[in-house]
Design a protein around this ligand. Structure first.
Ligand SMILES: [Zn+2]
Length: 280
């Protein structure tokens, strides 16, 4: 959790962002959440009525604060999408809770921010085509399952084949990479995956999960990208979207480097790259 505070501090210290660039998001409402999640699941989360196995799958204990944090984290990605539609890009300094399924949480994810956001943008802004570009080292299995069989939201996940989740779902496009995959090989695959995603979905909005966990010194990731490689990844994704004038809402997703400052730096680089492309 400490990485989020440090990220904000680092962005301020960069001189590229000021206090006025940061907003506290509204929590996602029940109506917004239940477009992506089962109403009974939301009720049970809100009331603290998950059973022990469900709480264990999520990975942290239930509390009122945990519910509020999960609502706010989804609300922040939603706010970022609204902002992106008017100025090109915006970001949630947390979020990327892509392991949350329609009726269950998993892997530190309670509600699926990308799914809630895609649904909200369809309703509020009338978007017909949204794409989720998930570059976290773990597969976006919750997002894939929520949008299975739904042509209006395209799900692309590029991840470690042997990373959690071990039973994977089927995204619209999955690229699974072997342990130890480095910068050049990763970027070769990502470029093709991104092209295919944009070709097949022609999105009006992209939700980009810029996970810092494909990093070579990440405790949970099995890939071997350098910081330079991750910056090239961001340049590829953001540069392509900017060139095609596709708005992007960015969520941070995972990052568990042995030295937490490495994860913070990787996340900060993503936001600085976006700021450099679109301006303030
Ligand atoms: Zn991850």
């Amino acid at each position: 959790m400490g990485k989020y505070v440090r990220l904000r501090e680092r962005l301020l210290a960069s001189g590229e962002f000021g206090e006025g660039d940061f907003r506290i998001p509204d929590a996602a409402s029940d109506a917004e959440i239940t477009r992506a999640h089962c109403p009974t699941y939301l009720e049970r989360v809100a009331a603290g009525r998950l059973d022990a196995a469900e709480v264990r799958a999520i990975g942290f204990p239930w509390s009122e604060r945990m519910v509020e944090r999960s609502r706010r984290s989804s609300g922040a990605t939603l706010a970022a999408a609204r902002e992106a539609l008017s100025r090109g890009w915006s970001a949630n300094l947390a979020g990327g809770t892509h392991h949350a399924h329609r009726a269950r949480g998993e892997g530190f994810c309670v509600f699926n921010d990308a799914a809630i956001t895609a649904r909200a943008m369809q309703v509020e802004a009338g978007l017909q085509r949204v794409a989720v570009v998930d570059c976290d080292v773990h597969q976006g299995n919750g997002t894939a399952s929520i949008f299975a069989g739904d042509d209006s939201v395209f799900t692309f996940s590029i991840h470690g084949a042997r990373n959690f989740p071990f039973a994977k779902e089927k995204s619209d496009l999955d690229i699974e990479l072997p342990d130890g995959t480095g910068d050049d090989e990763y970027l070769w695959h990502l470029e093709r995956g991104l092209d295919e995603t944009l070709e097949r979905s022609r999105p009006q909005l992209v939700i980009y999960l810029a996970g810092a966990d494909p990093y070579e010194d990440d405790r949970l990731g099995r890939l071997k990208l350098t910081k330079r490689g991750l910056a090239r990844r961001d340049d590829l994704v953001l540069g392509t979207l900017h060139a095609r004038q596709i708005p992007v809402a960015i969520a941070m997703a995972g990052g568990y480097a042995r030295d937490i400052e490495d994860s913070v730096e990787i996340h900060a680089n993503t936001l600085l790259a976006a700021q450099a492309r679109w301006g303030s």
